[in-house]
Design a protein. Structure first.
Length: 69
């Protein structure tokens, strides 16, 4: 019952993961620096820097899934 990762599923997972990392970064930025920087600036910075680690993790995870699947 093995199914390979189709290109459409790969792109869809990448896009959804990238959007989730942007949203998570924005929320995390507001939690961590909302009082000091203001919620808008903290969310903007978090949304910008959140995907730096998120996208790398998504790519590594999808490559592992493509190899073992």
């Amino acid at each position: 019952m093995t199914s390979s990762l189709t290109p459409l599923a790969f792109v869809l997972a990448f896009v959804l993961g990238a959007l989730a990392s942007v949203a998570g970064g924005a929320i995390g930025g507001m939690i961590v620096g909302g009082k000091i920087l203001g919620n808008e600036l903290a969310a903007m910075l978090g949304g910008f820097y959140g995907p730096l680690a998120g996208v790398a993790g998504i790519v590594i995870g999808l490559l592992v899934l493509a190899i073992i699947g």
